[in-house]
Ligand binder design. Structure first.
Ligand SMILES: *Cc1c(COP(=O)(O)O)cnc(C)c1O
Length: 751
């Protein structure tokens, strides 16, 4: 293995003292260093939980304990209490790291059992030679470190270290090619030797094959399947966009009826087009903040779906009772963090729908914390479906520690049926490159291993804790401002005063005012606390515009110039995430920037002063004040009644005129026509039309434009003309620049 740095951490208040205890511990430290292991010596714990974070960089701990300290008896002795708390903090995150106590022999008799149980040994001061003790500690430390690497990453480390010369691709030969040119040298220095040494091709047998799931790759996929409570796991190196297509191509054939969340990711719509399926859409609720709510439970009932099939223009004359839909795909965690009770959905579909598919791109963390109980696809000890297979597709790169594009398909067999792995692999191959990126595979492997409890549970708990602390801090600021305005964080009214509170606090109850989704079934949905939607003033839950308002686009532009980049921006809301990469109090920066914004807004500070870079690119804002700009844009939104318009447009009854794949085929045959948006009503789109925000597909190939959508596009055109730099982006719209700041907009339609 490479020379990794995992020092043995010694905590002893005498570490630098000239007394016998100091001499003893330093002799031990020297003996350990002589054997080639690093030592990190400190004299106090400092902040316990902060210091316990060191477990991720340490090879072992040696904690010193003094006898004189036991005055009130070992149970309440402050030194023992501190020791116990520290060990608990370590074990909360790490069950395996060796911990030793160091002290006088008579001290050991005072250590209580709950502490002894967690130790790898008690080192009796002056009883053995330091060399002997050092060798023992080093052996345990090495064995602990050797156990860390999961199968594929382990094999890759071995391969990169053994220095064999390759005659195969990639052509850069372990990075050597870069060294032959100056810019190549820069690239090499930036990414480093290891990244390039580990960039190998699939001709390397000892690493196994991703495409047929053999060797160390297969061992890693099995390991991840176990960690995520699945029967099968497939690592995917092209994102969940690809994972979704694999699941679909394995399950859906031309003209099959499929059940799809209307607010699904565009990769699902691509899968509909590719497979030639006939989609029946389930419609989510929305509130007037533009936040997408859940699909109500009633939409999942067989009666409701059969009613939709009966009314479906492409299924005329079909008896709905004879149809067995091939798949149901639900976005598990909507874009604003609303979750479904997966057990309930699976039970409702079981035996009727062939496959139940949860698109958990934003939810790979849920399996590791009790907080999410049944609100994710595969929980420990959850009962299997009787007949239907359950799939979950997860972007390890979005909330866990995967590199970009790291993703996985998880499958749970039913009682009656197992996944046919060889048939599934046909679909897997159809969507995989034959040259997978090994660093991404390794990150899938490591991201899974990191989530192994207790470590993974601790990581999720930290995200939850930070998110709640942020929410509380926002409320505190709000309270201090009193009647004056402040940003709100969308979520239940009741918030635990400390810690993470109870999961029940986060379930969506029927007609709760805060969510604005109306009558929801009990126990069917919850909000994931780590996903925070911040709401800016200007709009209330019912969609009414206030006299003044602060469009979110201006706030996020301001934040970006202050080094805070948010995940997603809506009309009067924006979205931030507390991933497992969050550090304690990182949100303080956001809080300060928001306070700065409020200050600048209240003073109507000049735009050129507060957003200099932006004003350089768009001089028309230079002379405005921040408040003026907010108000001008707010009035433009209000005039277009844009909140209501987008809600109604998304909820409008969209009728397919032809199958999505048939409409899309017009592109290949060049039988499309570029239609000006003013002439769109009634036309059939061949493109997928997706407005940003919210980035949810609005019109699908084969569907007709209605008046609401045309109104929206006209609004977007006018808005873009008045507010350059705050462009409303609509994918699928073709823009022709006419000069003088105006543009014409078209959509490609069936000719
Ligand atoms: C991001 C996302 C995907 C696609 O995942 P990538 O890993 O980016 O390809 C699929 N579904 C949903 C719901 C997503 O948000």
């Amino acid at each position: 293995m490479q020379p990794f740095h995992f020092p043995i951490v010694i905590i002893d208040e005498d570490f630098r003292s000239e007394n016998t205890s100091g001499l003893g511990i330093r002799a031990l430290a020297q003996a350990i260093e002589k054997e080639g292991m690093e030592i990190l010596g400190v004299t106090s714990y400092g902040d316990l939980s902060q210091f316990a974070q060191q477990q991720s960089r340490a090879g072992a701990f040696i904690l010193s304990i003094d006898d004189e300290e036991f005055t009130p008896g070992p149970e309440q002795d402050p030194a023992i209490v501190k020791l116990r708390n520290f060990i608990a903090e370590i074990r909360f995150r790490n069950a395996e790291i060796p911990i030793y106590l160091y002290g006088e022999t008579r001290t050991s008799q005072h250590i209580t059992n709950d502490i002894l149980r967690e130790l790898h040994g008690f080192i009796h001061m002056f009883e053995d030679t330091p060399e002997f003790v050092a060798r023992h500690i080093i052996r345990e430390t090495r064995s602990y470190l050797d156990s860390l690497a999961p199968p594929f990453f382990r094999a890759l480390l071995g391969y990169a270290a053994d220095g064999s010369y390759s005659w195969h691709c990639p052509g850069h030969s372990g990075g050597v090619a870069f060294l032959k040119s100056p810019i190549g040298q820069m690239f090499h220095q930036f990414f480093g030797e290891n990244m390039l040494r580990a960039d190998v091709c699939n001709a390397v047998e000892e690493l196994g094959q991703l495409l047929d799931h053999t060797g160390p790759v297969a061992a890693s996929e099995r390991n991840a399947a176990r960690i995520f409570n699945a029967d099968h796991c497939y690592f995917v190196t092209n994102g969940t966009s690809t994972s979704n297509k694999m699941v679909w191509h394995h399950t859906v054939a031309p003209n099959d009826v499929v059940l799809v969340d209307r607010n699904c990711h565009k990769s699902i719509l691509h899968a509909i087009i590719m497979t030639g399926a006939i989609p029946v859409f389930l419609t989510p609720t929305r509130n007037h903040f533009g936040i997408i709510g859940p699909i109500p439970e009633s939409e999942f009932t067989r009666e409701s779906i059969e009613r939709k099939i009966r009314a479906h223009p492409l299924l005329e004359g079909v008896d709905p009772t004879t149809i067995k839909p091939r798949i149901l795909t639900v976005t598990q965690s909507t874009y604003d963090g609303v979750l479904y009770n997966a057990e309930t959905i699976t039970r409702m579909m079981d035996g009727w729908v062939e496959a139940v598919h949860f698109d958990e791109a934003w939810l790979p963390h849920a399996a590791f914390h009790r907080f999410y109980s049944k609100y994710h696809a595969m929980g420990k000890g959850r009962e299997r479906a009787a007949e239907s297979l359950v799939y979950a597709t997860q972007s390890t790169h979005k909330l866990l520690a995967g590199l970009s594009q790291a993703s996985q398909v998880l499958v749970q067999d039913s009682k009656g049926r197992k996944l046919d792995r060889s048939l599934f692999n046909e679909a897997y191959l159809m969507h995989s490159s034959t040259s997978p990126q090994y660093a991404i595979i390794a990150s899938c492997d490591v991201a899974a291993a990191m989530m192994e409890p207790p470590g993974g549970t601790a990581l999720v708990e930290e995200s939850l804790k930070e998110s709640l602390a942020f929410r509380r801090a926002m409320r505190k600021v709000d309270k201090e401002f009193g009647k004056d305005w402040w940003f709100k964080v969308w979520g239940p009214d009741k918030l635990a005063t400390d810690g993470i509170g109870k999961p029940e606090d986060w379930t969506l109850k029927t007609n709760d005012k805060w969510h604005g989704f109306g009558g929801l079934a009990t126990g069917f949905n919850m909000l994931d606390p780590i996903k925070c939607t911040l709401i800016t003033p200007g709009l209330d839950v019912s969609g009414k515009f206030a006299k003044t308002g602060i469009p979110a686009a201006i706030v996020t532009k301001f934040l970006a110039e202050h080094g805070v980049v948010v995940e997603k921006t809506g009309l009067y809301s924006f979205f931030i995430l507390f991933t497992i990469g969050i550090t304690k109090g990182r949100w303080n920066t956001l809080l300060t920037a928001l306070q700065q914004f409020k200050d600048d807004y209240d003073r109507n500070a000049s735009m050129w002063r507060i957003l200099p870079e932006f004003c350089q690119a768009h001089p028309q804002y230079e002379k405005m004040g921040l408040k003026d700009l907010c108000q001008t844009m707010h009035e433009a939104y209000a005039k277009g009644d844009i909140a209501r318009l987008t809600t109604e447009m998304y909820l409008s009854d969209l009728q397919p005129a032809m199958k999505p794949s048939d409409a899309f085929a017009h592109i290949a045959r060049r039988t499309t026509e570029r239609v000006d948006i003013d002439a769109l009503e009634g036309r059939i789109t061949t493109s997928l039309l997706t407005p940003y925000p919210p980035g949810i597909p609005l019109l699908i190939p084969g569907e007709r434009f209605n008046k609401k959508i045309v109104d929206y596009l006209r609004f977007a055109r006018e808005f873009n003309q008045h507010f350059p730099g705050f462009h409303t982006d609509v994918h699928g719209l073709v823009e022709e620049n006419l000069g003088n700041g105006t543009s014409r907009y078209y959509v490609d339609c069936v000719a």
